[in-house]
Structure formats: structure tokens, C-alpha cells
Design a protein around this ligand. Structure first.
Ligand code: FAD
Ligand code: DLZ
Ligand code: SF4
Length: 511
């Protein structure tokens, strides 16, 4: 009797723990395209196509390597439409001795898998996901006893653990973090690198047809489809990024430019999260480029920090705090998500640009997610759970373990400051400084409270004031609260009236 090894859609790695120390002839691998996973949130059609195409290519690569793989396609007439149902059918087919699986990336899926043991009366081995640097136990013991969890300290541990950018016990360049050098706005006339586009092959084209047929009215532009769906092509995308964009990644990390969807970002998150690229390998490549003198330290350090720092840190928080974390709503925000998060139909140029690009590419870079769509939802008081479901739906890299802490914690401060030391709330001035969007906007970023004022300006103050009880003691907000208190009563009234006007327009769908 064989061992049954389910491989999930974001476990597309040969190094997967479930595949180690197993005799190929004793193992049956099971990969499942299931309706439940394609619909638990209304995923972007490019995201569905990316995952299914990468799964099909990975199944072929596993077979080439000598594994026996059962692959269930979405339109297989016998497909039951769920992980539980498909694993059940495989148990009937193969009568396995046990089920062996690498832990999934989502609490929801872990619950499904845990239920199988009793259902089939079979031993179930859930193995740690060794593609991450920091185990759950290690993160929990780092977090224990700390009043505040701060990424920066966790990151230093990961630098020491990996030896990345270390000179003995000291960080390369004498500092752990070079972010203070990384806040330059980008220029329109700079030559911009582009991430690698991969032409869909026959397998990917079949998936694109399937997704078009199954989700004709789903969110997001399906073609042109440019993602790599194999490790080989993802490696080429990595090389292109290191050669062309990484040297300026640091300088322009926080910049935004109309029509420049990628700037100097890597666009590697879908590949890393699905398992096509190993995160530590990606970091070693970036480090090597620095050691070879091809990339400055602020860029290499900034990039590596995102992966061994932020990426590992948010995963640690997710598993430490789930399942309650998903329901966090510190400010009790309750407005519904505006329709323009799907349609891009708004007079606000910054939101129009980011949502339009999201719809077309299933991609936006970090500062677009944090300071445009995230910032607006925060200061307008949108229900964080609806915001979370939107982010989980629309990005090709979105899996709950990484999306939820970024949305609920970093962007919406709905966890009350567990993850971030202050809310990422900003007025139009920030967006104007870091982008060129305000030049193309119907609203006036310099106008604070007039009819045509940028909505971010008054909503920023309105957010701080309506949540003063919860935020007033935060030392990082002392300065803005002092500024507010120094304003005249009339100015304050004007701000609150302007915010109320914007929220009315939001409700009427005219903002
Ligand atoms: P780059 O800027 O090139 O960064 C390099 C790599 O660092 C990324 O590929 C990614 O693996 C990692 N990284 C960077 N920032 C973060 C971060 N904050 N958390 C975790 N990893 C990070 N990232 C996801 O992978 N999936 C998500 O669903 C997701 N949802 C987000 C939601 C919100 C509200 C916010 C503010 C951020 C979210 N992020 C998410 C983090 C970040 O925005 C993306 O990882 C990044 O934009 C991916 O693009 P890139 O590969 O070009 O990144
Ligand atoms: C996101 C996704 C989608 C759209 N489709 C599938 C699928 O058909 N089969 C599959 O194995 N995984 C899919 N995924 C990823 C899962 O929803 C989930 O995010 C991961 O299994 C992590 O737990
Ligand atoms: Fe966005 Fe305000 Fe600038 Fe318009 S003026 S692009 S709404 S920040």
C-alpha cells in the first residue's frame, strides 16, 4: 500500500518536505484543481490561471523525475470540487497506508486536512514547511515575553541565522538597515527595466481557455498573460531582475509613477509564494550581486530585508495569531468596500491608476498597496474584513498567510498595533511627493478643505480625530495631534465638514 502525498497549489517545489526521504515507487502524489479553491474568494482570473498553469507544469516535471502523480483537472467530470472530496477519492483508489503532507499556508486548509484523519481512519503526517527560514516554534519563542513585536529585531536574527550580508558578527556596511536612503521619488524620463514576459506555451494556453470558459465574468483581465509558470522561467525572471532592476531597487522602493507598473520591483512574489523560486536562493543571488560590486548595499539590503525580514515575520504573526487574527477590527470600521476597488471608476487619479493596474496585471507594488488602496480604506473607515478579502482576491501572489497580516496588521492597523508601530495613514501630500498622480487628478492636492480638495487631506484628519481615544497615546502620533490642537476651531470644522462631504460622495458613488 502506498503513501498518499497531496501537493497543494502553492507547494510547487522539489525541495518540499513531504517529498524528502520517500521512496518514489511507494508514493502516490495527488494534485487537485478544485472549484472550492478557485471560488472561496473571487480571485483575479490571472491568479487562477497562474496557479493552475504552474501546477500542470510542475506535475509534468514531477513525472519526468520519476514520481507517480494523480492530477485532477478542474473540468474532470468526476471532480468533486474540494480538497476533502479529492483526497477521499484518492484514498478509495489507492487504499494508502498513510497520508503525508507539507503543512498548508492557510489556516482554512489546515482545518480541512486535519479533518481527514478521523474521516478516513488513516494516519496523517503534517510536516513543517522547510521552505521558510523560521519555524513556528522559533517565531513563538522569539515573540514570547516581548511587549511589542518589531520586524527590525526579528530581521537581525534572520541575518545572523543566514549570514546574509554579514561580516563576522557585524552587518555589512556597519548598519542593519539603509531605508533612510531609500525614499527617492522616481523620474518620468528614466529608462525603466521591465520584468521578464513569458509567452504562454500550449499547456498554459489550455489553462487560459479553461479559465475564460469557467469564469467569463470573473474579475481581472486574463490576457495578455505574462507570468512564468515553471521554475526554469522564474529563474530567468530572477536573473533579469538582478541584472536590470536590483541596482536601483533601494533608491526607488517607495516611488510611484503613472503607467510604470513595476518600476524597480522584482515581481517575483507569485513565484516565491507558489514555490517556483526558493526565497533563500533568491537572497543569495542578490547578495552575490552586491559582493561582485554590481549592486549597491542599500538595494541588496533593502531587497533581502523584504524576504528574510518582512516575509518571514508576517508568516510568524499569522500562525501565532490565527484564527482570531482574521476577525480583528480595532477601530470598529464598518463601511462597505467601495465599488471602485473593482471597477477603477473614481475621479481620484491615484486610486484609478492602482486599481486599473491591479485589474490588468494582478500585481501592484508594495507602496501602491500600502499607501494608495490601503491608506484610503484605512482613513475612510472601510470594514477591514472586506479589505482583506479584496487583497486576497486580486493579487497573483495572495495567499492568506502573507496577505492577512499585511492587510489587517500593516495596512489597516486592525490588530491595534501588534505588527506596525503606527497606522500607515497619510494625506495627499505623501502621494504627491512620491508620485506624479496628482498632476492627472480631478482633485487638487494642495486644496485642503474646498469643494475640489483632495479627499485624502481631510479624511486623514478625520481618521485621527475619530480614533483619538485609541491612538492619542501613541508617541509616534504626538506630532500630528499637536498640529491638530493648534489649528483654529474654524479650520478644524472645515476639515471635518470636508471629510463628511467626501464620505457622502463615497456613499453616492461619485468620489
Ligand atoms: P519586491 O518589492 O520586489 O520585494 C521583494 C520580495 O520581498 C517580494 O517578492 C516578496 O516576496 C517580499 N516582500 C516584500 N514586502 C513584503 C511584505 N510586506 N510581506 C511579505 N513579503 C514581502 N505580498 C505577498 O506576497 N502576498 C500578498 O498577498 C500580499 N498582500 C499585501 C497586502 C497589503 C495591504 C500590503 C501593504 C502588502 C502586501 N504584500 C503581499 C507585500 C508586498 O506588497 C508584496 O510582497 C510585493 O508588492 C510583491 O511585489 P514584488 O515581488 O515586486 O516585491
Ligand atoms: C489559490 C488557489 C487556486 C485558485 N486554486 C487552487 C487549486 O485549484 N488547487 C490547489 O491545490 N490550490 C489552489 N489554490 C491555492 C490554495 O487555495 C491555497 O491557497 C493553498 O493550498 C495554501 O493553503
Ligand atoms: Fe490621489 Fe489626492 Fe493626488 Fe488625486 S490629488 S491623485 S486623490 S492624492
Amino acid at each position: 500500500r502506498p503513501v498518499l502525498i497531496p501537493i497543494l497549489g502553492d507547494q510547487l517545489s522539489f525541495s518540499l518536505s513531504a517529498l524528502q526521504d520517500v521512496d518514489k515507487s511507494d508514493a502516490r502524489l495527488l494534485m487537485m484543481e478544485v472549484a472550492q479553491e478557485t471560488t472561496y474568494v473571487p480571485h483575479h482570473r490571472k491568479k487562477i490561471a497562474f496557479i493552475l498553469a504552474a501546477m500542470r507544469h510542475h506535475a509534468a516535471a514531477l513525472r519526468d523525475a520519476g514520481w507517480q502523480v494523480d492530477y485532477v483537472e478542474l473540468d474532470d467530470p468526476d471532480n468533486t470540487g474540494s480538497f476533502g472530496g479529492e483526497i477521499g477519492r484518492a484514498v478509495t483508489r489507492h487504499d494508502p497506508l498513510r497520508i503525508r503532507v507539507t503543512e498548508p499556508g492557510e489556516w482554512r486548509v489546515l482545518e480541512i486536512l486535519r479533518g481527514l484523519e478521523a474521516e478516513h481512519n488513516l494516519p496523517l503526517d503534517i510536516l513543517p514547511d522547510s521552505r521558510f527560514l523560521c519555524s513556528h516554534k522559533e517565531f513563538a519563542s522569539w515573540a514570547e515575553g516581548r511587549k511589542q513585536l518589531r520586524m527590525e529585531y526579528f530581521y537581525r536574527e534572520m541575518r545572523r541565522k543566514t549570514g546574509l550580508l554579514m561580516e563576522g558578527d557585524e552587518p555589512a556596511g556597519g548598519r542593519w538597515n539603509f531605508d533612510s536612503e531609500n525614499r527617492k521619488p522616481a523620474d518620468t524620463d528614466l529608462f525603466m527595466p521591465r520584468p521578464l514576459d513569458v509567452e504562454p506555451d500550449a499547456t498554459t494556453r489550455a489553462v487560459l481557455e479553461l479559465v475564460e470558459a469557467r469564469f467569463p465574468d470573473g474579475f481581472g483581465t486574463l490576457t495578455p498573460f505574462r507570468f512564468a509558470v515553471t521554475t526554469e522561467d522564474a529563474e530567468k525572471a530572477l536573473e533579469r531582475f538582478i541584472d536590470e532592476a536590483l541596482p536601483r531597487f533601494g533608491d526607488y522602493q517607495d516611488a510611484m509613477l503613472t503607467g510604470e507598473k513595476y518600476l524597480y520591483h522584482s515581481v517575483l512574489s507569485p513565484y516565491i509564494n507558489a514555490g517556483l523560486l526558493d526565497p533563500l536562493h533568491v537572497c543569495r543571488k542578490a547578495e552575490q550581486a552586491f559582493l561582485d560590486g554590481d549592486v549597491p548595499l542599500n538595494s541588496a539590503e533593502g531587497f533581502i530585508r523584504q524576504i528574510i525580514g518582512w516575509r518571514e515575520y508576517v508568516r510568524g504573526i499569522y500562525w501565532l495569531k490565527m484564527p482570531d487574527y482574521a476577525g480583528a477590527n480595532h477601530f470598529g470600521a464598518s463601511r462597505p468596500l467601495p465599488d471602485f476597488y473593482w471597477s477603477a471608476e473614481t475621479k481620484m487619479a491615484c486610486l484609478r491608476e492602482v486599481v486599473g493596474q491591479t485589474r490588468d496585471e494582478a500585481y501592484a507594488h508594495h507602496i501602491q498597496r500600502l499607501m494608495v488602496t490601503g491608506n484610503f480604506a484605512l482613513i475612510a473607515g472601510i470594514d477591514p474584513h472586506q479589505v482583506h478579502e479584496w487583497y486576497l482576491s486580486v493579487y497573483a501572489d495572495a495567499f492568506e498567510w502573507v496577505e492577512l497580516p499585511n492587510t489587517v496588521g500593516m495596512s489597516q492597523f486592525a490588530d491595534g498595533g501588534l505588527l506596525a508601530s503606527k497606522p500607515y495613514a497619510a494625506s495627499g501630500n505623501y502621494i504627491n511627493k512620491m508620485s506624479d498622480h496628482c498632476r492627472n487628478c480631478a482633485y487638487d492636492v494642495k486644496d485642503r478643505t474646498g469643494e475640489n480638495a483632495c479627499p485624502f487631506n481631510a479624511l486623514y484628519w478625520d481618521f485621527l480625530i475619530r480614533n483619538r481615544e485609541k491612538l492619542g497615546a501613541n508617541p509616534r502620533l504626538a506630532q500630528p495631534y499637536r498640529t491638530w490642537d493648534r489649528m483654529s476651531a474654524d479650520t478644524r470644522k472645515d476639515y471635518l465638514n470636508a471629510a463628511a462631504r467626501s464620505l457622502k460622495r463615497l456613499e453616492a458613488g461619485t468620489l
